[in-house]
Each structure stands twice: as structure tokens, then as C-alpha cells.
Design a binder for this molecule. Structure first.
Ligand SMILES: [Zn+2]
Length: 402
């Protein structure tokens, strides 16, 4: 019997029909403590932003027939210790600039004094008349008790000289998808902030005080082109140029476009400050035309059409005479500009009769007027409460006796 079984087994083995050995059971899963992945934060979304037409009648809003005030600023000083460090730039920065802290105080005062922001583009319009197009003043409808205020910001180009002097280096889109500034603190560390540059500071102020901008307006950015725009080096250079420089320029152009788009979406508009920050009063027509073409080509192509021109140095075309409509003014008007802004002691404006254009003056909150013209600005703020004499160099302050 045993022999038979052995034989059978042998036969089975030889015929290759042996049942396969059962698979060993899989090893138990190692019971490792998996590190708990933190829930990723929800992806930031752009907050919706509404821009409304201030010329529309609305319940509780009343027509405004008075002056539309206009203030202009330069980029603000993020780090006064770098601006006011005794170098050759110090006095110029003291004259023409504000610190971020002073600027914040000015915004708070404007808000308290019942000013509300309107876009310069909504103050006048072009109308067709029997003898051709002309400009007309629009009727703004404002919340009762409020006064209209236009803000503009000159030279928001972040020129290289500013970068060593305590200003932001460029605008960027932060992780929260909002406009922020990028720069370096005095120790050289990179800083992304919404508290160190005039543009994000105003954005934030309007977020916190939406009734400061009932129509969603912010300010008009007055751009030159010779050192790019908004901190991006989008300019050409007539001295030396090669393929690598052009490739870099195209990269900068691409990088600035989303910034421009986000600024526009959130109430900012753009105007020309000429490509080369040139003097328009000297009658050099050829230079003015070449400069304008270059601005339209290098800056207008990025920010879109604009009807606003801000005179560099406040100097008016054709001999700096506002009553004149000379060849330079006519040429600039033919290039699409309708509102021509200078600098003055009040928010003067005048609709020209002989050409479709408006001229206007802007007031200038800065070191000079804080130190010397307190009375002219009292309707906006009291310079005594604003000026940061500890941060600024020791220079004269001329306040009238109380
Ligand atoms: Zn300027």
C-alpha cells in the first residue's frame, strides 16, 4: 500500500501536476504613524471689485457743482533712515516726498474731512458740438455731505536712484492676490508688504473704509518710460542694444502686465508723464513728438489708451503759458490727450475754448508744502499733525503764528 502511494506521488510529480504551494500570506502592513498632512489652506481668490459711474443719479446722492480737488503724490519713503542719511539726495527727497507714515495720516485726515475719491477720467467728457468736439464738466453725484477728490501719483516707475534711498523696488501681486510692494529693508532683507508703498496703502485704506471710495476709484498713476514702469524695466535704450537686452525687456513686459491688469481692475487708472520726463515748455517740437511716440510705444502699449497728461516739472507746453494753445499743445492733443495737468497752489481747472481740452492744476502734499504752506492745505489736513520732524532732516519749518 505504501509503495502504491509513493508511486502515485512520483507519477504526479513527474507529470507536473503537483498542486502549487500556497502563496505565503502578505506581510502585515507596517503600522507606521503617518505624519498628518495639514489641510492645505484654501487657494486665495480675487475679491470681486466694483467700479461705478459717479455721474449716475442715485438715491441719497446729490449733485456736486463745486471744485473737484486734486492732490498728487510721489512714491512714498518706506525707510526714512535710508532716505535721510545725509547723502546728496537728502534735501530733494525732503522737498518732494512724504514718508509712508505721513501719507497714511494724510489719507486718514482726508477721510475724516469728508472727501471721497473720484477718478480723474469721470470729471470731464468730450461732447460733439456744432463746431466740433469740446470738453464739458460732468455733474458728479456724491453721497450727501461728501466732497470729490482726485488723486494722482507721479513717477510711479521706481527709478533706480530711489531703490537705495528707502523706497519700494516694484509692485507685485502678493500671495493673497492683492497688489503689494517688494523691496529690501535697511539690513538688506526682502520685504513684501502692503504698508510701505502709496499704492497698496491706499488699497488697504479703501478696504477698511469703503465709503472713502463710493465708486471704487483709487488714483491715476502718472508714468514716464525711460526706466520702465512700476519697477519693471520695460524700456529700450538708444545707446546700446542687443538680443539679450531685448529678451529681458520682453520678459519684464510680460511680468508687468498682470500688475497693470489688477491695478485697473481695482480702480487705478494711468496717464502719461512723458517718456523722458522732458520739459514741454522749451518749444523743441521734434523732441516732444519723438518722446510722445516712444511713450505710446513703450508705455501706452502696456497700460492702454489714456487722455491724461501730467506735465513733468509742472511745466506747460509752448513757453509755460496756460492761456496759449501753441504747436506743442496742439500736437499732444492730436495724440489723444484731453486733460493736461500741471502743479499749482489750488485745484484750478479751465476748459479751453479753442481746442477740445481741459487744463488743470494739482496741489502737492510733500516736504515743501508741509514745511512752508500749512495754511493752503488746512482744508485737507494740518501739516503740524502730519510732518514727521524726527525722521526728516533738520530744516526750517515756516508755520504762520497761531
Ligand atoms: Zn515727475
Amino acid at each position: 500500500m505504501r509503495r502504491l502511494i509513493t508511486l502515485l506521488l512520483l507519477l504526479l510529480l513527474l507529470s507536473g501536476c503537483a498542486a502549487p504551494a500556497p502563496e505565503p500570506p502578505p506581510p502585515p502592513e507596517p503600522e507606521l504613524e503617518e505624519p498628518q498632512e495639514p489641510e492645505p489652506p484654501p487657494a486665495p481668490v480675487r475679491e470681486p471689485y466694483e467700479i461705478k459711474d459717479p455721474t449716475q443719479e442715485r438715491q441719497g446722492y446729490v449733485p456736486w457743482t463745486g471744485v473737484v480737488e486734486h492732490l498728487f503724490f510721489h512714491p512714498v519713503i518706506a525707510y526714512p533712515e535710508l532716505a535721510f542719511d545725509g547723502d546728496t539726495q537728502e534735501n530733494g527727497l525732503d522737498d518732494y516726498m512724504l514718508t509712508a507714515g505721513e501719507y497714511k495720516k494724510i489719507l486718514a485726515s482726508l477721510y475724516e474731512k469728508d472727501y471721497v475719491l473720484v477718478d480723474i477720467n469721470s470729471v470731464w467728457s468730450q461732447e460733439e458740438g456744432e463746431d466740433g468736439p469740446h470738453m464739458v464738466r460732468n455733474t458728479l453725484c456724491l453721497p450727501e455731505g461728501k466732497k470729490p477728490l482726485v488723486l494722482s501719483f507721479d513717477d510711479t516707475n521706481y527709478y533706480p536712484y530711489m531703490l537705495e534711498n528707502g523706497f519700494a523696488h516694484k509692485l507685485i501681486i502678493g500671495e493673497d492676490l492683492k497688489i503689494a510692494s517688494w523691496g529690501r529693508d535697511p539690513a538688506g532683507n526682502e520685504v513684501v508688504s502692503r504698508d510701505l508703498d502709496a499704492i497698496p496703502i491706499l488699497d488697504k485704506f479703501v478696504e477698511e473704509h469703503p465709503d472713502f471710495s463710493p465708486f471704487g476709484a483709487k488714483g491715476c498713476l502718472s508714468l514716464t518710460g525711460y526706466e520702465g514702469i512700476l519697477g519693471y524695466r520695460t524700456q529700450t535704450d538708444t545707446q546700446t542694444w542687443d538680443g539679450a537686452k531685448e529678451a529681458n525687456r520682453q520678459k519684464e513686459r510680460e511680468a508687468v502686465l498682470p500688475i497693470v491688469e489688477e491695478l485697473r481692475r481695482t480702480g487705478w487708472t494711468f496717464g502719461s508723464h512723458t517718456w523722458g520726463h522732458i520739459r514741454l515748455g522749451d518749444g523743441n517740437q521734434e523732441r516732444i513728438e519723438a518722446d510722445t511716440r516712444r511713450w505710446l510705444d513703450e508705455v501706452g502699449s502696456l497700460v492702454g489708451e489714456t487722455a491724461i497728461l501730467f506735465y513733468p516739472h509742472g511745466e506747460r507746453p509752448d513757453g509755460n503759458d496756460w492761456t496759449k494753445t501753441g504747436p506743442a499743445f496742439k500736437y499732444l492733443q492730436s495724440q489723444g490727450f484731453r486733460v493736461f495737468c500741471s502743479v499749482g497752489v489750488e485745484s484750478f481747472s479751465f476748459i479751453k475754448k479753442d481746442i477740445c481740452a481741459v487744463i488743470c492744476d494739482r496741489l502737492h502734499p510733500d516736504g515743501t508744502t508741509l514745511r512752508r504752506h500749512r495754511d493752503q492745505y488746512l482744508q485737507f489736513y494740518d501739516a503740524k499733525d502730519i510732518i514727521d520732524l524726527e525722521a526728516r532732516p533738520e530744516r526750517e519749518v515756516l508755520w504762520p503764528e497761531e
